[in-house]
Design a protein around this ligand. Structure first.
Ligand code: MG
Length: 448
């Protein structure tokens, strides 16, 4: 049997195996109580198991007295925005993000429209079992459907002053959009058409049968690269099934890699509005260069969207996100939002008058190498950490999330997974070969 993964934001597993309807039902009851048995928004991505789980979630919530507003199928950022717009007390997004189609997950959203913080997650798990009982038939919650969440989301993006709607429309960009048969198929083409783009759709049918590997990493975007070349498009966009990660294919038909999404968005936002930025510790140091060029502060948080969002609130950031293609713009909300990312990138192209390949060439070039290894039972991560800290005491070290060794020319981040017995080692430098060697040296010295 597969393992059920528990994290701050919820639970994840293979449906019918580690993730059962019984488990989902009791989890939803717990969330209904956590949300003070009031209004909870629910929505799902395109997975074939989504509807079944949405029904179990609704039943669980209603049984403890919470009123359910069902958004149906839509992107995760749309669900987070609807929690705010509909003045709900919480939300549940049913999506396993970029995991394969047999997986599904429940992600928990607080009344402010962000994922639960670690403190809220702690409170959630500490609700006593006896509070999860079914209420009397006359006290169960209500059920209603709301069908305009995607339209609301598109309207909110178009209304942002930083989105150059008229200038984008003048350009009449030709855009290929690859939604990998996820929920993006319902929204991205509509947004792009509203921005006056000529849209060529790839894998738009939201049937949950993903036509490519769902993570929009450069290596998975061959079909999109070909379509961009075939149609001589201005840009290609790819999203993951729940549409919080965005990846770009340039007008040359080359996938830029997810790091570029945030870097380009940072450059555009800072060209319009100066202010601090934030990324997680495993994102590219090109962000540090961009912050320096713009004379603004940069803050690095532990990995995990909510950690970046919290850092952004604390330091009053104008833009932030993660190198996995996650762009967060506080003017809209504190969550990764791929459709918003598309509108920012198109604004950058329209206002600068440059092609996306030219804009990408202006980004400082670094190479990230990522590796992970199973943690040997005989190796204590804490003890290893201590030796690393001692050995690298002359370097700048960040110990918010594992250990990050920081040099002006490179960094190495060594962190233990919160859900699996693995260690991730990530390095960035001026060459791919050097980054790979940095990772290998750490593995050889401390984990063999
Ligand atoms: Mg996702």
């Amino acid at each position: 049997m597969s393992k059920l993964m528990k994290s701050v934001s919820g639970i994840r597993g293979i449906v019918g195996d580690s993730l059962t309807t019984e488990l989902v039902l009791s989890f939803a009851k717990r969330f209904g109580v956590f949300s003070k048995r009031r209004k909870v928004v629910v929505g799902r991505d395109s997975r074939t198991t989504g509807e079944m789980l949405l029904n179990a979630v609704s039943a669980g919530l209603m049984s403890v007295g919470a009123d359910v507003i069902d958004l149906g199928m839509c992107p995760t950022p749309t669900i987070l925005l609807a929690v705010e717009n509909l003045n709900a007390d919480g939300g549940i997004a049913i999506t396993a993000s970029h995991n394969p189609q047999e997986w599904n997950a429940l992600k928990l959203i607080n009344g402010q429209g962000t994922f639960l913080t670690p403190a809220q997650s702690h409170d959630f798990w500490n609700i006593p079992e006896d509070e999860l009982k079914d209420l009397d038939w006359a006290k169960i919650g209500s059920f209603s459907q709301y069908g305009c969440a995607i339209e609301d989301h598109i309207e909110a993006i178009m209304k942002l002053p930083i989105i150059a709607v008229d200038k984008i429309k003048e350009k009449n960009f030709k855009v290929v959009i690859d939604s990998t048969n996820g929920a993006g198929g319902l929204m991205s083409p509509l947004l792009l058409k509203a921005l006056g783009c000529e849209v060529i759709e790839l894998y738009s049918e939201p049937n949950g049968m993903f036509s490519r590997i769902a993570e929009p990493a450069a290596k998975n975007l061959g079909a999109l690269e070909n379509e961009v070349k075939k149609y001589a498009a201005d840009i290609g966009f790819a999203t993951d099934p729940d549409v919080d990660r965005l990846s770009i294919v340039s007008n040359d038909g080359i996938a830029l890699g997810t790091e570029y999404t945030l870097l380009l968005a940072e450059k555009y936002v800072l060209s319009q509005k100066k202010g601090n930025i934030a990324t997680n510790l495993s994102s590219s140091m090109a962000s540090d260069v961009i912050a320096k060029e713009n004379e603004v502060g940069i803050f690095h948080s532990p990995v995990g969207e909510i950690n970046v969002a919290e850092a952004m609130k604390e330091h009053n950031c104008v833009i932030g996100g993660e190198g996995n293609g996650g762009v967060i713009l506080p003017d809209l909300h504190f969550t990764r939002d791929a459709p918003l990312g598309m509108a920012l990138i198109l604004s950058y192209m329209a206002i600068s008058g440059k092609r996306i390949s030219e804009l990408a060439a202006e980004i400082p070039k670094y190479y990230i190498y990522k590796t992970k290894l199973e943690l040997d039972e005989n190796i204590e991560f804490d003890a290893v950490s201590e030796s690393i800290i001692k050995d690298f005491s002359t370097k700048e070290l960040d110990t918010q999330d594992g250990i990050k060794i920081i040099d002006s020319e490179f960094w190495i981040h060594i962190r233990k997974s919160g859900t699996e017995p693995i260690v991730r080692i990530i390095a960035e430098s001026s060459s791919e070969d050097k980054s790979k060697k940095l990772c290998e040296q750490i593995i050889q010295k401390y984990f063999r």
